[in-house]
Ligand binder design. Sequence first.
Ligand code: FE
Ligand code: FE
Ligand code: ZN
Length: 303
Amino acid sequence: MSNNSDYNLKLGSHIGFVAPKYFLGSVQEALSFKENAFMFYTGAPQNTKRIPFERFNFEAGKELWESNGFQVSDIIVHCPYIVNPATPDLDKQVFTIDFLVQDIKRLHQMGIKYYVLHPGKYMDSDLITGIKNCAYVINQVIKLTNDTDVVICLETMAGLGTEIAAKFINLADIIHQIKEQKRIGVCIDTCHIWDAGYDIKDPDNVLKEFDDAVGLKYLKCMHINDSKNKLGCKKDRHQNIGYGEIGFDTLVKWIFHKDTNRVIKVLETPYVNGKAPYGIEISMLKSKKFIDWINNENNLKID
Ligand code: FE
Ligand code: FE
Ligand code: ZN
C-alpha cells in the first residue's frame, strides 16, 4: 500500500444522467460528492433509447468539470445492461454492433476514452461459442469506429447464469481474439470477482493471477463495491462499502494498491433511504477510516 501523497487516486461513483440538465447535472452531482472521476450511462442503464448529443449539455458540464481542475478523460461511460455481445442470435448481434458503434461515437465526441461493457451471456449456445461471438462483435465495432481511440473495457462478471467472463482466463480468451489490442481493456468489479470465487482479501495474489492470465496493462478501470454474499456465491448483489462480506479494509487495500495506481475507480453501491451513499463512502475510503454511518443517525449529518 502506498501513501496518499505519492498515489494518484481517481475515485468517484456511478452518477445519474437525467433531464433536464443531463451531463451538466452529472458533473454537479459528482462534484457534490467530492469525486475527481465518475461513470455515467448515456441514457437509461436498462434500455438503448438515447437523446441526441446536442441535448447532453456537454460543453457546460465539461467547462464546470475542468474549472475544478479535473479531466474529461477521467470520466467513463457504461454500456446498458441489456446489450449482450455474446448472443448467438444474428439479428441481435447486428443490433448490438449498431448500438455500440453509436455509443462509442458519442464518447469520442466528448473526449471520453473508456467504455465499460459486460461481455455478456452465451444463452442457449456454450461458453466457447459465447466468447467467439463476443470477440466477433467487438472486432466489428472496433473496425467501424477506427477513427476513434475509445477503449472497450470488458467487465469481470459474477458468473450468474450463462455469463461468459467470470474467470480471468475467459477474459484473456476474448482479448486474444481482438485484432486491435490497443482498443481493448478490462474493468475489474470487486463484488463480481469476489462472487465469482476470487478471494480478494489477498489483493497481491489476485492481482498476480490477473497479471498472469490477462496482463495488468489491460486494467483501465475498476468498480469498487462490497458484496452482500459469501465468496464464490455467483450472485452479483452489491453492498455498501464496509457493510458486506468483503469488508472495508480489503477495499481500501485495493484502492491504494500500487498495481491500481491511476486506474479509474467508481462505486456502484446501493442507495440508502433513497439517498446516494457516495459522499460519505468516498470520504471514508480517502481517509481509510470506517464510520458506521448507516446505523448511527448522528453520522448521517456528516455529508
Ligand atoms: Fe457493470
Ligand atoms: Fe460493475
Ligand atoms: Zn454488479
